[in-house]
Each structure stands twice: as structure tokens, then as C-alpha cells.
Design a protein around this ligand. Structure first.
Ligand code: GLN
Length: 565
């Protein structure tokens, strides 16, 4: 196993995640297998209970982990599923040790921060990396933070075990350009390197993030003042698209330098053609579609928003690149629709109602769905979006006035969206995260639906659930056999089976469902056959979209939006 450790200097949010993902992508291009581990030094056990507006999106893995969004970047760049064990938090490390101590696993020893904490961290990293040529470990936070120390210690200790030639350190640092001076400053990065040195670590590579490119003068200055080998300080300026980053690193020969540092040869020559083409379409499209994203945003502001729905944004870009168009997202506050009506939707080529929780803005979302349905406007509903579509159809087509979800209206006369009692019991028994349905679940699709056609055309139909079985959790497969699709979930409520027949009779087609072991069918997809594109899913397909392999539903949605008007 070869280890690459990525740390961040000067500020948080410097782009370590994209740097880590890009390094992995580059190594893959040279023929090596790669995985990545994200370390979050906080005490939370996972990101499940964290506020998305503060922390960004909660990423969901196939095996049901609720994780920091960086795992999403790794998957988008590497092109395969990363399991939840690849996210380590301090909370998990301590819980493991305390549980072991309580059950007598330490046989009377004193359990101490050194060596037990780094040992557990090392065990976890080795476990994640064991089947790969490389494991890249991204240590969250910024150098100098107290809570990072055990992780730097563990890295150093792994270096001793694996040998110096098998471990490389990458510092991603920030170089500010203060307004009053107007020049890029290297000092904060020099100090970050000094902090790293205090942990006994000398960075092999420094990636210099900044508004602009690093010039030669400053590159030399950093090399000299911090004893970095010539050619190992890289420029990492702001980019239009994150998919540009590995291309930029390669332009400075990062890959061959890294392999050289680790005494390795290229196993194959990189071929960046597809990746470059996708990146160029995302950066400079000939035509741009306007997509309205209907959510409850009032007090968040558009800045935090981009991060809260990062996977949806990226999925739209991937699909756009394949259709050959750019996608511009406009955030529409559902509460504004409640106050001012649906006029604001007139200029869009399509709308998305993404995932969400709680009652705020719900009537605005339902009004937006109605507008899309009645005006042949392409609509994609994601999780809560499907629930909104079902409520809208029940109310306005099936004449079930006041139909609602019991999440918002527990006493509704028509609980078309509800928690299923059997589901609750089942979930409690198997103890996976209380009442949430989390992670990938198999669904069988009805042929002759738009959804089926899209999954088929994109090669996403699975035979006999091979992949589900790989996750090794029987309940994910359920009783579904034959041709399946796999999408990830993160929700509590379901379409109430008691209303399915009535909704279908009125024209709403449920094109796919998951059959649980107890025989209950959970609706996974719905669509309207006579609409340009009116498709919703109970899942979160945005967690399975990559630049080179866009999500089928996003692809169908963008194609339809491109043909609208
Ligand atoms: N609030 C809904 C539920 O829990 C939808 C959740 C979501 O959109 N992720 O079922």
C-alpha cells in the first residue's frame, strides 16, 4: 500500500477535497488503483445530524453512510462507489476505543491517547486501502488546529511502518492577494509549512491555491524558504469548473513527479480526451439552459445554497455536458411562490424540486409542480420532490382535497405520503439508523416507461442485483429479482400503498418499486406519460452521477429541457 496524505494550510475550504480527488484521478490515468479516505476531526459520529446550510450537503453512500460531501467529490472523479468506512471522524475513533475498553478488549491496560488513538486511525486507513495501490488520506480542517494532531501523528507513524518511499505528503495552501498590496503573499503558506514541520512532516508537494496563478518569483521563494524540492510547488488558481483541476496539475507534470517520488513507473499513458471535452463543454457551452430549483431558502442566502445541493448541481452539469449544453441554476424560494404565484417559473426550461424536510415552503413547491404539470414544463422531482408531485396529483387530479404528507400534516384526511408502520418495525429491528431509509435499494422498473428507457440507454440496468449483493446487506435487495436499478435513499416517509391504485387509475404511472421481504411495495419512480418530461423519484439519483457517466434521470430531464419551447 502506498499512502498520500493531503493537508490544508492557512484557511479552511481551500479545496483539499478537489485536490485529493484530482490526485486520485491522475494516478488512475497512469494505471493505478486508488481509493481515498476523508478524515473529519470533529466529535460527531457522522454528518447525518449536521445542518446542511452550515456543513454543506450530506452525502449518502451505497451502504447507508451519511457523510461529508467530499466523498461525493471522490466518487465523481474516481467513477466508482466509496463505502462509508472511508470516512473517519474523531467520534468514531473514540467510540470504537471506549466500546472495546468497556467490553474488556484491552485486558486491564490503561487506554491512552498515544498509542491507542493513532493505532485505531492507522487500522482504519489500512483497512480502507488494503485492496488498492494507493490510499489518499485527506485530513480535514487546517494545520495548527488542535484536533488535527492525532491524525498527523498517525500519518507519521504509518510512514515508519510503510517506509518513506511509500508515503508522500501534499500541502494544499492558500496564497492571499491583499487588496491594498495587490500582490500574492507566500508568508502564510511558509508558516503553514512550519506548523507541519512541527509534526515531523516535510511536504513533498505544495499546491498553491489562489485567485491567480503563482508566478516564478513566488514559486522560487517558497521552494527556498521552506526547503521544497525544485518543481514541487504547483500553481492551483481558481477555475471555472472543478474538473479542470487535474488537467491543470498535469500541465505541470504532477503525475510523473508524484510517481517519481514514489519510485514508480507509469503503468499506462494517460488519455484525458473525454475528460477534457466534458470540462470544456461545462466551461464554455454554446447554449445555456435555465433551470429553476425550488426550495426553502429564505434565510440561507445563495452562497450556502450551492454547497447544500452540490450533487444536484454537479449532476446537471454532467448531463448538460453530454447533451452539449450548459445549465444555469436559479434558486427559487418556494415561499416566494406562495406569496406571488408561479409567474417566476415562466422563464425556465425546466424545474427541479429537490430533497427537503419539514413544512416550510411546501405549498409553494406543490404549486410549482402543478404549474409544470399543466404547462408541459420539464419537471424532475427528487425525494421530497416525488412526494410533492404525489400530493399535487392527489389533490388536483384525484380530487382528494387536503391530501398531504403526515410529515407536515399528521391529521390529514388523505395521508398519501406516510410512514409505514411495518417499515418502522422492520427498521427498528435491523437497527440501521432509526427510521430513515438510507443508502442504495434495488428497484424493479416497468418496461415501456420513460424511466426504464433512460436507465437502459445509459447502461444502468443491473442483472440480478450483483452490486447490491456486494454491499452484503440482504434488505437492500429485498424480494426484487431480474433486471434492477440501484439508487440511494435518505428519507423517512413513503408513498402510502393504500393510495397507489387510485393515483394510477387517474393517470400517474409508478414506473418502479422496491419490494421488501415482507411483500410491501415501496414506490420509487413516478411519471406522466403524456407530458414532455414529468418524472420523480423517491431516491437521490444525484449521488450516482459522474462526468463520464451522467445519471439517467438528469440526462432525460436536460434533454427535455433542451427541447422545451
Ligand atoms: N422529508 C422527506 C422524508 O423524510 C423527504 C426527505 C428528502 O427529501 N431527503 O421522507
Amino acid at each position: 500500500m502506498k499512502l498520500i496524505v493531503v493537508v490544508g494550510g492557512v484557511i479552511s475550504g481551500v479545496g483539499k477535497g478537489i485536490a485529493t480527488a484530482s490526485i486520485g484521478k491522475i494516478l488512475q490515468q497512469y494505471g493505478y488503483s486508488v481509493t481515498a479516505v476523508k478524515i473529519d476531526p470533529y466529535i460527531n459520529f457522522d454528518a447525518g445530524t449536521m445542518r446542511p446550510t452550515e456543513h454543506g450537503e450530506v452525502w449518502v453512500t451505497d451502504d447507508g453512510g451519511e457523510i461529508d460531501q467530499d466523498l461525493g467529490n471522490y466518487e465523481r472523479f474516481f467513477g466508482y462507489e466509496i463505502p462509508k468506512k472511508n470516512n473517519i471522524t474523531t467520534g468514531q475513533v473514540y467510540r470504537e476505543l471506549i466500546d472495546k475498553e468497556r467490553s474488556g478488549g484491552f485486558l486491564g491496560q490503561t487506554v491512552e491517547v498515544i498509542p491507542h488513538v493513532p493505532n485505531e486511525i492507522k487500522r482504519r486507513i489500512k483497512e480502507s486501502g488494503k485492496d488498492y495501490d494507493f490510499v489518499i488520506v485527506e485530513i480535514g480542517g487546517t494545520l495548527g488546529e488542535y484536533q488535527n494532531l492525532p491524525y498527523l501523528f498517525a500519518a507519521k507513524s504509518l510512514e515508519l511502518e510503510l517506509g518513506k518511499e511509500n508515503v508522500a505528503y501534499v500541502l494544499v495552501s492558500f496564497l492571499p492577494i491583499p487588496h491594498n498590496i495587490g500582490e500574492m503573499k507566500t508568508k502564510p503558506t511558509q508558516l503553514a509549512i512550519k506548523l507541519l514541520n512541527e509534526a515531523g512532516i516535510f511536504p513533498d508537494f505544495v499546491l498553491c491555491r489562489g485567485r491567480e496563478r503563482l508566478d516564478e518569483v513566488r514559486r522560487n521563494k517558497l521552494e527556498q524558504n521552506a526547503n521544497i524540492a525544485t518543481g514541487c510547488v504547483f500553481s492551483a488558481p481558481d477555475v471555472k469548473s472543478v474538473y479542470r483541476v487535474p488537467l491543470n496539475f498535469e500541465a505541470e507534470k504532477f503525475g510523473s513527479k508524484l510517481l517519481g517520488r514514489m519510485n514508480l513507473e507509469a503503468k499506462k499513458q494517460p488519455d484525458w480526451n473525454t475528460w477534457r471535452k466534458i470540462t470544456e463543454t461545462i466551461e464554455n457551452p454554446e447554449k445555456t439552459l435555465k433551470i429553476g430549483m425550488i426550495g426553502k431558502y429564505v434565510d440561507i442566502g445563495s452562497f450556502a445554497l450551492t454547497d447544500s445541493y452540490i450533487s444536484v448541481n454537479e449532476s446537471l452539469k454532467h448531463a448538460g455536458a453530454h447533451v452539449g449544453v450548459g445549465v444555469e441554476i436559479e434558486w427559487v424560494d418556494a415561499k416566494q411562490i406562495e406569496k406571488e404565484g408561479t409567474d417566476v417559473l415562466k422563464d425556465f426550461n425546466g424545474i427541479i424540486v429537490p430533497g427537503g424536510f419539514g413544512g416550510s415552503g411546501v405549498e409553494g413547491k406543490i404549486a410549482a409542480v402543478k404549474y409544470a404539470r399543466e404547462n408541459n414544463l420539464p419537471f424532475l422531482g427528487l425525494c421530497y420532490g416525488l412526494q410533492m408531485a404525489v400530493i399535487e396529483y392527489a389533490r388536483n387530479v384525484c380530487n382528494l382535497g387536503n391530501a398531504h404528507t403526515t410529515e407536515v400534516e399528521p391529521k390529514t384526511p388523505h395521508p398519501v405520503i406516510d410512514i409505514l408502520p411495518t417499515q418502522k418495525a422492520l427498521m427498528e429491528k435491523s437497527e440501521y439508523g432509526g427510521t430513515m431509509r438510507l443508502g442504495a435499494y434495488a428497484a424493479v422498473l416497468k418496461e415501456s416507461t420513460k424511466v426504464f428507457d433512460l436507465y437502459k440507454k445509459t447502461g444502468r440496468l443491473e442483472k440480478d442485483g450483483n452490486k447490491v449483493i456486494q454491499i452484503n446487506e440482504e434488505f437492500r435487495l429485498g424480494k426484487n429479482t431480474g433486471t434492477l436499478v440501484l439508487e440511494r435513499h435518505r428519507h423517512r416517509y413513503e408513498v402510502n400503498p393504500l393510495y397507489v391504485e387510485q393515483l394510477e387509475k387517474a393517470g400517474l404511472v409508478f414506473g418502479g418499486f422496491h419490494t421488501r421481504h415482507d411483500g410491501t411495495n415501496l414506490m420509487e419512480f413516478c411519471e406522466l406519460p403524456n407530458h414532455l418530461f414529468f418524472v420523480a423519484t423517491q431516491a437521490h439519483p444525484e449521488f450516482k452521477s459522474q462526468p463520464e457517466d451522467p445519471s439517467p434521470l438528469f440526462l432525460g430531464f436536460v434533454e427535455a429541457a433542451n427541447s422545451f419551447k
